[in-house]
Design a protein around this ligand. Structure first.
Ligand code: AMP
Ligand code: MG
Length: 349
């Protein structure tokens, strides 16, 4: 078991010594959890195979699930990417720093331990000042998957990180709550001027369409069949502590459906938890209730979803009744995660 040092950073200049220390830990092969605008990441030297392997151990992550390398700016891409196509360059110019991960052919210096043996590497530059200052101090690309134990919801606060990672990492940098709350969009650039979304996230399909010719979505995400191009998408993720049913639709219809389900579960003697909007919450008992925001507010739902799922770690229930949203815009990422969290049990009215 490691001794985990937790540091809180608000001012990059005042806290320069702590960030230098975090950078040294990375260069020496250690593990540092860092904040980003999406979720917290668990970082190791992305060019050091042993350090990358220690991420898999800390998370209990399957070894064929590749890591995203996090870099402080566009200039770092050429250190690890063998080719930057004109399409990739357009995406870099439009969306970095920001919640967009781009897949590149990898250079030989990127170890198999980072890519799960793939000949490509996933790169991202977070829009988060503390994160980028930390990455500059590290001086190497930092492999940084989400800082949760494998299968659990991703952490969006340092307290949630500590719950899963205390004793497993050398340092946790507390940079406050994450702004977006769901992971980055992952895209692959095709041979023509088009891209494929492998995982929906903070950058929406419409935002991508404004920059590149044509955008498609990995068919396995849409149909639920076939092998996803992002290996991690095949695993059950974001699993809350109880089975969950998600309901999507107009507020009255969602309230009526959740009411019917609630009565059924109650009649069976089951304890029910709720993960719903303010409008729906008003109709149910407030015990075991997590309110994510106003009905239809996708920014709030993305921001609160994982904390809401983790709420049921400490509020023990037999079944969670959740309210989702339509799949437009940020809704595509939200509903992709909700579908996994509820094992596909989604009711659209
Ligand atoms: P995480 O950072 O834990 O949220 O997960 C990283 C995601 O990126 C996983 O779904 C991986 O499968 C995906 N990923 C990382 N590298 C690649 C790559 N070279 N090609 C395709 N997907 C990747
Ligand atoms: Mg993850």
């Amino acid at each position: 078991m490691k001794h985990t040092k937790i540091i809180s950073i608000t001012d990059i200049e005042k806290d320069a010594a702590a960030l230098e220390e975090a950078g040294r830990i990375i260069r020496n092969g250690g593990l540092v959890v860092f904040p980003t605008e999406t979720v917290y990441g668990i970082g190791a030297n992305g060019l050091d195979a042993d350090a990358c392997r220690s991420i898999y151990t800390a998370k209990g992550r399957p070894s064929d699930n590749p890591l995203i390398l996090t870099v402080p700016g566009k200039e770092s891409v050429k250190e690890v990417a063998a080719v930057i196509t004109p399409t990739a360059q357009k995406l870099l110019d439009a969306f970095w720093p920001g919640p967009l991960t781009i897949i590149f052919p990898r250079k030989a210096n990127v170890p198999d331990a980072a890519t799960g043996g793939l000949d490509t590497v996933a790169l991202r530059c977070p829009a988060h000042d503390v994160c980028r200052a930390f990455l500059r101090c590290a001086g190497v690309p930092v492999a940084g998957p989400s800082a949760n134990l494998s299968g659990r919801p991703s952490p969006t606060t340092a307290a949630e990180v500590a719950h899963d990672m205390d004793g497993r990492v050398d340092m946790i940098i507390d940079g406050g709550p994450c702004k977006i709350g769901v992971e980055s969009t992952i895209v692959e650039c095709n041979a023509d001027d088009t891209v494929t979304i492998l995982r929906p996230g903070g950058v929406t399909i419409d935002m991508l369409r404004q920059v590149v010719g044509h955008v498609c979505v990995d068919t396995s995400l849409v149909t639920g069949k076939g092998v996803p191009k992002a290996p991690g998408m095949k695993y059950r993720h974001y699993a809350p502590s109880a089975p969950m049913t998600s309901v999507v639709g107009p507020v009255e219809a969602v309230t009526a459906k959740i009411s019917t389900l609630y009565k059924q579960f109650k009649a069976e003697g089951q304890v029910v938890g709720f993960l719903v909007s303010e409008e729906v919450a008003a109709h149910f008992p407030q015990e075991n209730m997590y309110i994510w925001g106003r009905h239809g507010d996708k920014t709030a739902l993305a921001n609160q979803l994982y904390t809401g799922l983790l709420f049921f770690d400490t509020h023990t229930v037999d079944h969670i009744l959740a309210e989702g949203t339509d799949s437009d815009g940020l809704g595509m990422a939200i509903m992709n995660r909700m579908k996994k969290a509820s094992g596909g049990d989604i009711i659209i009215i």
